[in-house]
Design a protein around this ligand. Structure first.
Ligand code: LIP
Length: 281
């Protein structure tokens, strides 16, 4: 049996990236071909509007089965199934459908997000080695490897050059609970007069990949889970973005801000002034 490649080696990054893409495309085909005309809600989570569908569950099951078949010693952190341990030092971070509400309503902005990380599966400390974000409705596929660049359908991508915030198109999103949304409404109202415009796409993974491809000038959101962030944060970083939190912290649930470094510095200042990393009403 061949000795496993050292964690972080170029060969391992390439192998993980290849598997991530095959997994995301396979699950994407299941989600696309299996979508009924009227999607039913299978369960709810943090609130009545934080929904899970049968396809979220089926897609995660398929992703986990592919990992068990090809890399049985790896751990898995999935949005629906939680954390299952492993011994290899690699953890797959899975969002079977990022943008589930869009999927529910038939809005074509939802994606399968797959990343391989080392270290604890925690955005504050992990190292993302490989990633794939597959847009289910139109098939666009972003891939990235640590230190080897970011690509859309195999073509290298890069963030826009920094622009003044007043000329910057900014993406964001809102949570599933009333208190969180009230606080986010206050923050976006304060930002709106200071930026070009706001876009709310409904999938953090697609927001960050759109940023990586120049379709947005900046992005911020409070409340992202590790699976919303993992893959697309590597795509954005390898495309030249700074991806961070506030107050010198790493990007994570409290706050995620991304964009060209100079734009991020300006946006972070505004968000800190607004205590955007809190639910202050
Ligand atoms: C979604 C995120 C989105 C956010 C939504 C939700 P889900 O993830 O991608 O950015 O605004 O509230 O968290 O729940 O579809 O996996």
């Amino acid at each position: 049996m061949t000795a496993p490649s050292p964690l972080g080696s170029p060969e391992l990054v390439l192998a993980l990236q290849d598997l991530a893409e095959r997994m995301a495309r396979r699950a994407g085909a299941l989600v696309r071909d299996g979508r009924p005309d009227r999607v039913a809600v299978a369960a709810t989570k943090s609130s009545a509007v934080d929904v899970v569908t049968a396809m979220d569950l089926a897609a995660e099951e398929l992703l986990r089965a592919m990992i068990t078949a090809e890399r049985p010693d790896d751990a898995v952190l999935g949005e629906e199934g939680g954390l299952t341990g492993g011994t290899s030092g690699v953890t797959w971070v899975l969002d079977p459908i990022d943008g589930t509400v869009n999927y529910l309503y038939g809005i074509p902005a939802y994606s399968v997000s797959v990343a391989a990380v080392t270290g604890q599966p925690d955005p504050a400390t992990w190292t993302v080695l490989a990633a794939c974000v597959h847009a289910v409705a139109d098939g666009r596929t972003w891939t990235a490897g640590r230190g080897t660049g970011a690509f859309l359908d195999g073509v290298p991508v890069a963030v826009n050059d920094a622009r003044p915030l007043a000329e910057s198109l900014v993406g964001t999103g809102f949570g599933y609970t009333v208190d969180r949304r009230r606080a986010q409404g206050r923050v976006v109202a304060s930002l709106l007069p200071q930026v070009r415009d706001i876009r709310r796409m409904g999938s953090a993974a697609m927001d960050l990949c759109t940023l990586a491809t120049g379709g947005l000038d900046a992005y911020y959101e409070r409340g992202l889970s590790p699976w919303d962030l993992a893959a697309a944060s590597l795509v954005a970083t390898e495309a030249g973005a700074s991806v961070t939190g506030l107050r010198g912290r790493a990007a994570g649930t409290e706050m995620t801000v991304a964009g060209p470094p100079a734009t991020v510095t300006a946006l972070v200042r505004l968000l800190e002034e607004q205590d955007a990393d809190t639910d202050r009403p």
